[in-house]
Design a protein around this ligand. Sequence first.
Ligand SMILES: [Zn+2]
Length: 179
Amino acid sequence: MHYDNDTKRQCGRRLVSVPSGKAYRLSSPAANAMVTHELADELGRALERFAIEAGFDERRPVSVFFRPGIFGHHQLGRAADIYAVGGVGIDQWKRRWDEACGRAARFAPGPARQIVTKTEPVTNLGWRLYKTLQRYGRWSQPYGYPIQLFGPWTRSEGPWKQISDRLLRAHRDHIHVAK
Ligand SMILES: [Zn+2]
């Protein structure tokens, strides 16, 4: 522990907690997402944008829940894992998304299908959060590696559609970002 703290000081990497914003609030303990200033800023910007675009505000903020990670970028505070948004687990949002896709597929193209395909991307906060992080977040891409944004939607939405089964399984219940 002592060694770790020294190392972090030497590298100028004092860790901070991901901040709560105006339209979103962290519902997890601060210790669950201790990250570098750079990652805290990037996440703060992206989360606020997601929350405002999804219709939340200061009087009615959306909750975001982090859990600590262990491996790789997490050891330096350069990664964070989001497990729930709006009080619902990312895995549950993904299940809901898959069910909506299944429902849509049973309808012929037309109004009935459109109700599903137009509603779900608006109301599914898990998918929406993932897409906002993908569109507006500037995440790290170490040389020879994919962009460091992984979650249950990575294979269908990208950015790294070739994600392995193993890595996809490891991210079926959370969204991982690194910077
Ligand atoms: Zn992670």
